[in-house]
Design a protein around this ligand. Sequence first.
Ligand SMILES: [Zn+2]
Length: 426
Amino acid sequence: MVDSTFILKGDICYCQDSRTLRTIPNGYLVCEAGRSQGAFETLPDSYASLPILDYSGRLILPGLVDLHVHAPQYAFRGLGMDLELLDWLNTHTFPEEARYQDPDYAKGAYARFVSDVRQGPNTRACVFATIHEEATVLLMEFLEKSGLVAMVGKVNMDRNSSADLQEESAEASALATLHWLDRIEGRFSRVTPILTPRFIPSCTDELLDQLHAIQQKRKLPVQSHLSENQGEVEWVRELCPDVSCYGGAYDAFGLFGGKDCPTVMAHCVLCDETEIALMKARQVYVAHCPASNTNLSSGIAPVRRYLDEGIPAGLGSDVAGGTHCSIFRAMADAIKVSKLRWRLVDQSLSPLSAAEAFYLGTAGGGSFFGKVGSFAKGYECDILVVDDSRYGSFGNFSVEDRLERTIYLSEDSDIVHKFVRGMKLF
Ligand SMILES: [Zn+2]
């Protein structure tokens, strides 16, 4: 028996698919070599010899997936929330990110970020670092050691930033990326690189062209931002007058999804019909970040539409546009803003249910990592054991009711045990 082979007993809840929530009160989740063999009401005889970890009375849920977070922004979260995106970037974000030039500063800030995420409900994340190689490698080392699974990107920026947060040229940015990739090759088992052009205003065509060559050669996924805020979208239109939509500016350089280029785009608040059609054709992932979109007055993404269109989607904390890392919070925020959108903007798109938000924050975003975010057979065992007794109960709540309350009420301290790929973190 290896460490990652065991049975968990408790009140199990997970999404079988985007429309089916499965609950098993007092059930058994079988994990063999880090993968689920399924969840059962009665334990099959064939597993009778495996050790049982008895968490009766606790909720057993899949680990949560943060599809979009900026690790260097954690240190100043909750600041500048009266600004819109472009002013917020120039006033707070770029000066703060420039500090990661100093590895000592990065070490302190990243240690805190990783330690806090480790204690919370997220088990996986797509993470932006900064343009700095040294600090990015430090972040990857911390994440690897934490037991979390992450894709991490050294950010590329060669225009329109401050002098201390801009790479010298497209060539220099591409070379720095290759140097970083060579340096980390084969070093980590849980943390992998992802190409990270910051967003179109920060990247020249020449840089995108060079990143495309790197993407092709190294077969890397891509993360960036798309159609987030009014001012940003107008700026992209000026910078790229010849493309059909914002996404077209990435697509022109082969950095917008498709079979060989898995891509996740944060926000997708203001996508027009052309852009939505392109996202659908290329199966570009949407990282829906409701807290950030509220804080920076960006708007409300039409997530119901994306789900109906079959565009893959998950949730992002977007710290520090968002203020909290927990994807439970993002689920509650996603439900709330979807109601406002339905009430105030468009009655044709019904609000998200708790089960749908739970899907987005688990299996929806998890699929960017493979078979992740569910307990269906074959899925990797990222597991949370949640003690929801603190919320108080004076009636008989179903497991589904308790999931909904957890989405709205949970604090990180309610996560009493956490497993990633079948390995127990605590
Ligand atoms: Zn972002």
